[in-house]
Design a protein around this ligand. Sequence first.
Ligand code: GLN
Length: 478
Amino acid sequence: MEDLSKLSLVEQINGLKSKKFSSIELTEFYLKRIDQEKVLNSFISLNENALKEAKKSDEKIAKNKSSSLEGIPIAHKDIFCIKDQKTTCGSKMLENFISPYSSTVYEKLSSSGTVNLGKTNMDEFAMGSSNETSFFGSVLNPIDPERVPGGSSGGSATAVAANLCSFATGTDTGGSIRQPAAFCGITGIKPTYGRVSRWGMIAFASSLDQGGIFAKNALDAALALENIAGFDEKDSTSINKKVPSFFNQAKSKDEEHVVGIPKKIIEDIKDDNVKNNFFESLDILKKSGVKVKEIDLKNIQYSLPVYYVIAPAECSANLSRYDGVRFGHRCENPKDLDDLYERSRAEGFGEEVKKRILIGTYCLSAGYYDAYYLKAQKIRNLIKQSFMDAFKEVSSIMMPTCANVSFKLNSIQNPVEMYEQDIYTIPANLAGLPAISIPSGKINKLPLGIQFIGNYLEEGNLLNLSNKFQQNSNFHNE
Ligand code: GLN
């Protein structure tokens, strides 16, 4: 039989349809791969019904009743609730939490026919850039196991990069799809805020959180994304707009591109390798006929401080529900109600989460609300406005995804240095814009990514641009 591990999503769909292999064979193959690669620690739990799901898919394929992704084994970040399955969000707080309902993203992929292999490892409550804050231990980068896969969706990125599945779900609040995609040499897309339902996706910072996809290339990402996007009345911020076929749009010859280069940001890139890689990538685009224009993105330099006020503020509100009464961990023998709250939270949350709750509570407190939270919201608006001004002249904006390649495990102890990992990814979250990271080469065998940020609802245009880049380069296959 052919080497199943290298197959893209599109190739798998064709293979299943033409009965080259069955969903059971594909699922068994991946379960074995996951077992072989256990040291990577990319999964928190496996779905014991995976083979049953595969069998059902095979029956549907046999009867010509397949849905769009029938029989395709995939992995879900352990932030998406699945009914009657464990959903931990990488935390001791939810170590034994069995969800009573399923997230819309899971429901959609399940009704598209996918087979759920299991839940992937992640930074605790999606807070982190290295997957080192998970209660279930660090995830290793399959390209160099001494290094981090990035975070917070490190388990999903690793699973795709190590060929443990062809695509996986993730979430991106400040870069958690794009940064790990770049560190692991794969494609990762965060759609427009509101394009993918947040229902059943455990909340970190609700005005920034957005579900998305990890895949081997832009076409696969397009196909996967069109299966999770769409209006959902259960999410009040869901966008009620028709979802086009991102796959057709990604392949189309009619999409036009004028790519904006934010001059100051590019000039200020500190790492020469990253800078050179950016210009090499730009050359590839130019050779494929894409127009390029220099732009000015004002106030972008404030993105990081703005994010680290807004995200902790929202997290402190969202995580107040874990009180030892309604969900998750409860301490033993509490003296009284205060003791129950205090010890349950002290025991259930890890260091990074506690730090964020403290910062967020401080920023929202009566004396500081105006000085921090309100000020941050105002600057957030200015950042959004800069993007809107830019999109009057260009169709997308190109930046590096990260300021560096993957770093060694435990090597970053300074929290600010860790927060700076998302310096290029956070602006798109603050503005709610779609953004994608695709592989753009390597430095000493370690992958780098470039990022395209698009205007609202222009995922298809970004995927088209990415596909163009991938047709004229081979980094995504290395
Ligand atoms: N690294 C950023 C943080 O820790 C972003 C995380 C994310 O996108 N979920 O907040």
